[in-house]
Design a protein around this ligand. Structure first.
Ligand code: LRH
Ligand code: MN
Length: 431
């Protein structure tokens, strides 16, 4: 199943005249702020965020799941949908797989999946292991259980199984051409006194060390922190400080992954990003948005200004360009069509990047030096309040994608095609 790219071109033709006049105006407005507007378009066109394999289907909560039909039934179809997404946005060039949900099996299975992805020009981003659920393939057919944790478990056999699973995920990733592993652990406690904070930390650190020892020389490993859920009293890797201690204690190519939803309310996430970048341990992101907990909502849909500030810190760390890191989306789609949600998430990232690039950094630095907070705010908000949509659309057009991806997605009827091909009751594996 592929999306008809000629239809995308036709939809662009319908909008080209408007786009060109909007673009001319936007280039002029941005230029007057002393910012190189062409460089903004080029940097947005260079940006890409991996699509999460587990979010091309409908997610759900413990209270219910309402799939919309026509969802990918296996990993091959998930990659078809990521390719369709990328054809519309031009900024989702890779997919991040989750194992065992997306396990094609070693040998031919992996080679076949790699061939399929290469035909669709989709690459493999960071692999995700899963020791937060009991799956036969990760628990030696039920010989062990992750009920009381995986790497943090007091039972050596459970820890061994978890380490072996991560080795398996690395080996599979090597066959697929991936170059990074993300380790998120559900390990923690539900009850005070249930376990030793230090004991759990030391067992996790030792386990990460054994996983890291299996990492190919050109790979990175990311530790992903989260304050709670599924553990509701304490998580072993609960915040950026612990994640940094784990990464620094594991190896040079061990870095921290920042999932925006994994922070307690009012956490200054842009400051966390600045700190991790400052010490060279900012490995990657799981972009999403949230109002309360780890809500996994559409990027930029609740706190767009925070996203803008986070991207601003990235540009600061990258000398005016996005630093090399694993940019990925991590969402769970309960109400919207999964692909429409990913289109809007990617657009929000492109818009936040363009806005942050429209901040005149020299002027901002001057105002900061002069202790002139009002001027600093003026410079910052000028970027945030610039209508950058024509610049983002132009970046997509230059990548051969859609000027208006959501309208184009609906116009070409990709979902209707998948429902026809896969069935109205086809539901994806995953969260
Ligand atoms: C945990 C998490 C992690 C994934 C999972 C799908 O909340 O953010 O990154 O493994 O979601
Ligand atoms: Mn995540």
């Amino acid at each position: 199943m592929t999306i008809d790219r000629s239809r995308i071109g036709e939809e662009n033709e319908l909008r080209l005249a408007w786009h060109e006049s909007d673009l001319a105006h936007a280039l002029d407005v941005v230029g007057r702020a002393g910012v190189d507007a062409e460089a903004v378009v080029a940097e947005v066109a260079r940006f890409s965020a991996a699509a999460p394999s587990w979010a091309v289907g409908t997610g759900g909560t413990r209270f219910g799941r309402f799939p919309g039909g026509g969802e990918p039934r296996d990993t091959f179809e998930k990659i078809d949908d990521v390719a369709a997404l990328n054809a519309l946005t031009g900024a989702n060039r890779t997919v991040s797989l989750h194992v065992p949900w997306d396990d094609p099996g070693p040998g031919d299975g992996a080679a076949e999946l790699r061939r399929h992805a290469e035909e669709l020009a989709v690459g493999f981003d960071a692999m995700n292991s899963n020791t937060f659920q009991d799956n036969p393939s990760t628990t030696r057919d039920g010989a062990v259980s992750y009920k009381f944790g995986s790497l943090a478990n007091t039972d050596e056999a459970v820890r061994r199984a978890a380490i072996d699973h991560n080795h398996y995920v690395i080996d599979l990733g090597v066959e697929l051409g991936a170059q990074a592993l993300t380790v998120w652990l559900g390990d923690g406690m539900n009850h005070p006194g249930q376990a030793s904070f230090r004991g759990q930390f030391e067992r996790v650190l030792a386990g990460l060390g054994e996983i890291y020892a299996h990492l190919p020389g050109d790979w990175e490993m990311y530790t992903e922190h989260k304050p709670y859920e599924p553990a509701f009293y304490s998580s072993v890797n609960n915040d950026w400080g612990t994640s940094l201690l784990l990464a620094q204690g594991t190896g040079d190519r061990a870095k921290c992954l920042v999932d925006l939803g994994h922070h307690l309310p009012n956490t200054n996430i842009e400051q966390v990003v600045s700190r991790l970048a400052m010490v060279g341990r900012l490995g990657g992101f799981h972009f999403n948005d949230s109002k309360y907990g780890d809500d996994d909502l559409t990027v930029g849909s609740i706190t767009p200004f925070q996203l803008f500030l986070i991207v601003g810190e990235l540009l600061d760390a990258g000398g005016g360009r996005m630093p090399d890191a694993a940019y990925m989306i991590d969402e769970s789609h309960n109400l919207k069509d999964p692909l429409e949600d990913l289109i809007q998430a990617t657009d929000a990232l492109q818009v936040a990047l363009a806005q942050a690039l429209c901040v005149n950094r020299a002027d901002l630095g001057e105002a900061q030096q002069d202790n002139d907070p009002a001027r600093a705010a003026e410079v910052l908000h000028r970027g945030f309040r610039t209508d950058v949509r024509p610049l983002v659309a132009e970046a997509r057009r230059r990548n051969g994608a859609a000027l208006d991806p959501l309208a184009t997605y609906r116009a070409v009827g990709y979902r209707a095609d998948t429902i026809a091909a896969r069935g109205a009751d086809a539901v994806a594996t995953g969260l």
